[in-house]
Design a protein around this ligand. Structure first.
Ligand code: AMP
Ligand code: MG
Length: 589
């Protein structure tokens, strides 16, 4: 392997640990450090990346041992392995141009003699398999592990893993800890960096409340709930039909005597005897000794004689006691934000009261001399304040106690007074507008004078000017003024922060691949959250179209969108037909 001419690092983990998801975050983080990254992924399948019917596919089918397809955007080469020999990592790396690549990240090839990082996720309960491998340089885990001197990195902190690789493997100088203000004005923070800073800054509220189940929707469990019952409690029928003993059935079928009925809420009082069956309804208790239920449509009825054909499947159609959950098992973990389904689950276990974290007190206001409340006539230059309605809607969850603090003009003194009066009385304050660098933008300056600024300005669009910090014990988000920037920054940053504050388990947004049916404008630089309309075509394929012009004041475009098309920082324009990442808007049950 001495022939490897480009530094490479291998990531190993059990499947499901999130190797590719980590690399998706790590590659931009490495790129941000000026590194040009290539990726190699080991596959154990007879994979196909070409498509039947394409010219390149036809050339290969005609017998070409290698096919190269190239345009001004990218090149692809497909080599057929004639001997089906296992691929060698060094010969794959040799295909890359050392003049244009600084680092190769490798998925798989766990036996290759190159530096390795083993990934670990506690919930999967997989043992660490490679810590004794002399090439393993670190473990990245979602929990702190004591590894006898081997570094344990944070699996959810791609920038920190990038720093580790850059400093230990590539000898880049160690940067001072990222003081966010110092990053400005040279660079903009990525979304992940901003979220990592929020995670470090936010201390979850500790106070709890005991509340009745009926008012628990959206509240966050402060402690696990243990089931006091087996669910279901009894063995129940899953059908309307007849309960019988499997041992009575012969290949020729059997005639059984109808001995009684068990319906929901009215169990059959006796034991079932051989030669008998009982009429039974869905959800009714299956009597002792009965082990099978046959659907009513499958039997023949002649007075009290029920004929069960020999072909009927036995030991079927019975819900076992404790099948859903057993007594003393955890029904729901602390940190679960309760959905309608969770309320049903808790109710089924007879739980009447639960302990949740207290509500967050959140205040919000709009800033801008141009803003007027709804139901007022507009003079030239004035607009109605939409942002407070957006925020009111976005914050409408029972775990929030929300205060609308009105409209504040673009006057630094008034804004300062307003902010100082509200700070300290709220867990979180959110303002919109005035967060940028215009002549009437004072939010950042006031926060810096009276509190601490954690960051300002992000590499996302919409939402570049965004101030996060704290003032008099309140966390503060100064969101941009454009309504769409308010929505996007709320969803991407404020909402995760509120969840962290309530101690809610982290929920990563679902991102899926879809074929883009529109050309999209995009310049490399910031991550864009473009408004899209996602649908499934007649073949079940996911397709996404632009919802319209992508300027951040166009609320009608956002209103008809059902997803974001998420375009990575380095991505340029998208041509219709390309695959893109899509983040559907949130829906919960
Ligand atoms: P700003 O961030 O204050 O420079 O505002 C950016 C844009 O958003 C301007 O066109 C503002 O008029 C607009 N804007 C600011 N606040 C609001 C609001 N509350 N409702 C609707 N538009 C707003
Ligand atoms: Mg303004």
């Amino acid at each position: 392997m001495s022939s490897i001419n480009i530094p490479a690092i291998c990531f190993i983990a059990a499947s499901g640990t999130g190797k590719t998801s980590l690399l998706e975050q790590l590659i931009p983080a490495l790129q941000k450090r000026g590194l040009r990254v290539a990726a190699i992924k080991r596959s154990h399948h007879d994979f196909e990346i070409d498509q039947p019917g394409k010219d390149s596919f036809r050339l290969r089918a005609a017998g070409a041992k290698a096919v190269i397809i190239a345009s001004k955007y990218r090149k692809a080469a497909i080599f057929e392995s004639a001997d089906k020999a296992e691929p060698e990592l060094d010969s794959l790396i040799a295909l890359l141009d050392a003049k244009t690549i600084d680092l190769v990240v490798v998925e798989g090839f766990k036996h290759a003699p190159i530096p390795k990082i083993e990934l670990h996720r506690k919930a999967l309960e997989n043992p660490l398999l490679h810590i004794k491998d002399p090439y393993t340089v670190a473990v990245a885990s979602d929990v702190a592990l004591d590894l006898a001197g081997l570094p344990c990195l944070d699996l959810n902190n791609a920038p920190a893993i990038a720093e580790f690789i850059a400093t230990t493997l590539l000898n880049q100088p160690v940067e001072p800890p990222a003081d966010l203000c110092s990053i400005e004005p040279q660079g903009l923070l990525t979304l992940e960096q901003a979220l990592a800073h929020i995670k470090t800054a936010v201390q979850p509220v500790r106070q709890t409340r005991q509340i009745p189940l009926a008012s628990a929707l959206d509240r966050v469990l402060a402690e696990p709930v243990i089931s006091g019952l087996n669910l279901p409690q009894d063995r129940q029928s899953a059908m309307d039909g007849y309960a019988f003993m499997a041992s009575d059935l012969t290949p020729a079928g059997v005639d059984l005597i109808l001995a009684g009925t068990s319906s929901a809420g009215h169990p059959y009082a006796d034991l079932l005897k051989s030669g008998q069956c009982i009429r039974i309804m869905t959800g009714a208790v299956v009597p002792e000794h009965a082990d099978s239920v046959v659907m009513q449509e499958q039997v023949g009825i002649n007075g009290k004689h029920i004929h069960i054909p020999g072909t009927v499947k036995t030991l079927n159609n019975i819900r076992q006691s404790g099948e859903d959950i057993k007594r003393d098992e955890i029904l729901l973990n602390a940190g679960k934000q309760l959905t309608a389904c969770d309320l049903g689950l808790l109710a089924s276990a007879g739980v009447a009261e639960i302990t949740v974290t207290r509500k967050l007190k959140i205040g919000f206001f709009s800033t801008g001399d141009e803003l007027r409340p709804v139901a007022t006539e507009l003079a030239t230059g004035q607009i109605h304040d939409s942002n407070r309605y957006i925020l009111g809607g976005l914050l409408a969850e029972s775990c929030h106690e929300v205060n609308d603090l009105g409209i504040v003009p673009d006057n630094p003194k008034t804004l300062e007074q307003h902010l100082l009066a509200a700070a300290g009385n709220h867990d979180v304050l959110i303002s919109t507008g005035g967060a940028s660098v215009g002549d009437a933008d004072f939010v950042h300056e006031i926060l810096s004078n009276h509190g601490t600024t954690q960051f300002w300005k992000l590499a996302i669009k919409p939402g570049k000017p965004l101030v996060f910090g704290s003032i008099k014990g309140s966390y503060f988000f100064g969101l941009p003024g454009n309504p769409l920037a308010v929505i996007t920054t709320f969803q991407q940053l404020v909402k995760p922060a509120l969840k962290m504050l309530m101690g809610a388990a982290e929920l990563k947004p679902l991102r899926i691949r879809a074929t883009c049916t529109s050309d999209l404008k995009k310049s490399p630089g910031r991550r864009e959250f473009q408004r899209g309309i996602l649908h499934q075509d007649e073949n079940g394929e996911l397709r996404v179209a632009s919802a319209g012009k992508q300027e951040s004041h166009l609320l009608t475009v956002m209103s008809r969108a059902n997803c974001y098309i998420v375009l990575a920082e380095e991505c340029g324009p998208v041509t219709a037909g390309e695959q893109v990442w899509v983040e559907p808007f949130d829906t919960r049950i």
